[in-house]
Ligand binder design. Sequence first.
Ligand code: 13P
Length: 251
Amino acid sequence: MAKRVPLIAGNWKMNKTVKESVELVLALKQKLSDVKEREILVCPPYTSLYAVKENLKNSNIKVGAQNMYFEKSGAFTGEISPLMLKDIGCDYVIIGHSERRQYFGETDDSVNKKMKVAFENGITPIVCVGETLQQREKNEAFSVIEKQIKIGVAGLSGDQITKVVIAYEPVWAIGTGKTASPQQAEEIHAFIRKLYFEMYGKDSSEAIRILYGGSVKPDNISEIMKQPNIDGGLIGGAALKADDFIKLVSY
Ligand code: 13P
């Protein structure tokens, strides 16, 4: 089976000034320089991206954005384009986070457009999927996630299909302190891999990385990462403190 390198990603959300961002990444850079066989990613707010990227030159920490628009340029007040992220040197971009879906009108179709444009510009998309509590209680988790993935990755090329990172983030576990149990998370991750197998075959399903996100903390990450189909974490709150993020990366 293809070896999947674990990806530990921090989604800083709407937190940190430029100065605070630089302080945090300088601490991470120093303490995480020896980490091997693990991919490390930070996703600061747009205003900090450039400074963070500059300060992480020659380090093993990659930089990603939390969103982007799907047009290259033009009259789209307030938006950020893939060209701008490429210019900064972003390696990744988070697409379709549940907070974008919930508060800013992101849909599966806009997610799909953004995924394609990200790849066209050499940026790897991390597509977020996950059910709300209400959907889980109505036994709709599998069908919701299946739809999000099928539309989200529609039309990508063979190579892109495998490079995509999928993040399973149950909405009820985000910022609530309520993580999915490792078994609950594994059940969905296994389902996503099986779905990928049915859609794209064995090689793609074994290569695709699926992250878990939702109240991942230093004290629960090891159990989560022991699950066979979990390939990393997308971490919110605990990624904002150097000590916590260092522990998470070194789980
Ligand atoms: P928390 O780790 O704060 O629950 O956030 C998870 C998340 O939404 C990461 O994208």
